[in-house]
Design a protein around this ligand. Structure first.
Ligand code: KIV
Ligand code: ZN
Length: 542
């Protein structure tokens, strides 16, 4: 990678606004292809409902990514539906849908992106001999035939077709070049060369791009794309090496979520481009000030938070603990900070709200945090805010964000928790729960369990009469201090269906009960959607 003269990077570093020096603005644009909703979501523990995916897609739009890979429509009915919904609603970015080189997959992907302003079908097949032999149990000739027919079929839905050579980095270079040439000849506009198992080193990965660019006829007319997994912790380094070797697109995910060790982290690539753009020789259009909001929303929806020291978005990414560092920071922030928190949208807290804060103060703080609330949203959040302020002296930004996320409903709140009382300690735990719901009316039940949460869950299960299996429950304290709000993330199976639920309260048993009620509401909503889609004319399974 070219080394920047010292003056260039010092200029970038010392610039006091988010805008970059002119030299950076003139570097070529690299397209940001976000696959959080596809490669990210398919990893265990990250599953999202169609409503949650749509919320995230709106935030990815605000972030300014160029392409959103919204899902893999052949994988499930839910994926098909959410790609279609995102395509219909999120108009600025290109909406991509993934398909294997199978006619049915391609047809479902083509249909799903139908409503998009700009839709892309992304077809893929493995090109390494290992995958061809062991996974596909076929031959190189057959793979070539699959590529020809798949790209052709995808082109019948859209001009914007991407072809991916899965396991490209472990493929025979001559065969990889033959495949890429064929995909381009059939009309693919983007050719993606993934490091599917995170095996490549940056020098090797960059060399593969140079090789394909030099040897494949037509490669100069298409966008070459990088897609890296993080098994050796090299996903971002490999993506940057690909850019230096001419890649015009990088595929990445928010918080780096994805299969196994994850995908290249979007925020790290974007900030590398912003802070070291002149040295790296690229620029992208993402609005970095939306990064923190995207990261928080994703974490909240999946219940999976990045490790505290995760670059850019980890809780400690901007914390300065050592006295010597703090001293330097007080003199001049540039001593130990190469990115100012505001550059990624982390608000500098100026105001602590409490019991006596009014609606205007709340509205203003949300505006400072980047949320313009409608009157209805404000009224709802204000109700929750006052209830919290009765229990907690100081309401911090983390509390406000949790209140806001809680007030977006991804399913109607049909079940409601009206009352909860637990007895626990040195006696055997029992719980009494009262719930209301339009079809059950008001019902009370008592339950026992190994602990107060288990007892409350037994009572709730009794009231709703559904089979509930708890897969995982995690608890996070939102802010320091004894009166902190506890946020519970729950993964459950309700009659065999995996669902997540969240709940927050200064009482962790109540937060857990709320999380279960949230999951039950989602289960009911999903049942309704399923029964209505059975009646609709739907090409699923045709
Ligand atoms: O890692 C990979 O190879 C993929 C392809 C489907 C693009 O995710
Ligand atoms: Zn992948």
């Amino acid at each position: 990678m070219p080394q920047a003269p010292r003056t260039e990077w010092s200029a970038a570093l010392l610039s006091s606004t988010v805008a970059e020096p002119k030299a950076l603005m003139e570097t070529p644009d690299v397209l940001i292809f976000d696959t959080t909703l596809r490669d990210g979501e398919q990893a265990p523990g990250n599953s999202l409902s169609p409503e949650e995916k749509l919320r995230l897609a709106r935030q990815l739009d605000a972030l300014g990514v160029d392409i959103i890979e919204a899902g893999f429509p052949a994988a499930s009915e839910g994926d098909y539906r959410s790609v279609r919904e995102i395509a219909a609603e999120v108009r600025r970015p290109v909406i991509a849908a993934l398909a294997r080189c199978h006619d049915r997959d391609i047809d479902l992907a083509g249909e799903a992106i139908g409503p998009a302003e700009r839709g892309r079908v992304h077809v893929f097949v493995s090109t390494s001999d290992l995958h061809i032999r062991e996974k596909l149990r076929t031959t190189r000739e057959e793979v070539l035939a699959m590529v020809r027919s798949a790209v052709r079929r995808a082109r019948s839905y859209t001009d914007d077709v991407e072809f991916s050579a899965e396991d490209a980095s472990r493929s025979d270079p001559d065969f990889l070049c033959r495949v890429a040439e064929l995909a381009i000849a059939e009309g693919a506009r983007t050719v993606n060369l993934p490091d599917t198992v995170g095996y490549a080193l940056p020098t090797e990965y960059g060399a593969m791009f140079r090789d394909v660019r030099a040897r494949v006829p037509g490669a100069d007319r298409v966008v070459l794309s990088a897609h890296c997994h993080d098994d050796l912790g090299l996903a971002v380094a490999n993506s940057l090496a690909a850019i230096a070797a001419g890649a015009g697109q990088v595929e990445c995910t928010v918080n780096g979520i994805g299969e196994r060790a994850g995908n290249a982290a979007l925020e790290e690539i974007v900030m590398a481009g912003q802070v070291r753009g002149a040295a790296l020789g690229f620029h992208c259009k993402v609005d970095s000030r939306e990064i923190y909001r995207a990261s928080q929303l994703l974490s909240y929806l999946t219940g999976v938070f990045p490790q505290p020291n995760k670059a850019i978005v980890g809780r400690n990414a901007f914390a300065h603990e050592a006295g010597i560092h703090q001293h330097g920071m007080l003199q001049n922030g540039l001593t130990y900070e190469i990115i100012r928190p505001e550059m990624v949208g982390i608000p500098r807290s100026t105001l602590v709200l409490g019991k006596h804060s009014g609606r205007h103060a709340l509205e203003r703080r949300y505006r400072e945090l980047g949320y313009d609330l409608s009157d209805i949203q404000l009224a709802e959040v204000y109700g929750r805010f006052t209830a919290l302020a009765d229990r907690k002296r100081e309401i911090l930004d983390e509390d406000l964000l949790a209140l806001l996320h809680e007030s977006f409903h991804d399913a109607p709140e049909e079940h409601q928790l009206a009352h909860l009382r637990v007895v626990c300690g040195s006696v055997s735990p029992t719980a009494e729960v009262r719930m209301t719901g339009p079809w059950t009316g008001e019902r009370t039940a008592r339950g026992t369990g190994d602990g107060p949460i288990a007892a409350a869950f037994t009572a709730i299960g009794e009231i709703v009469g559904r089979q509930i299996e708890v897969l995982s429950l995690s608890l996070r304290s939102l802010t320091p201090g004894r009166d902190s709000v506890g946020q519970v993330f729950l993964q459950v199976k309700i009659e065999g269906k995996s669902l997540s639920g969240h709940g927050a309260s200064t009482d962790i048993v109540e937060a857990s009960a709320r999380a279960l009620v949230h999951a039950l509401n989602k289960a009911r909503h999903a049942d309704k959607l399923e029964s209505s889609s059975l009646n609709a004319i739907y090409l699923w399974g045709v």
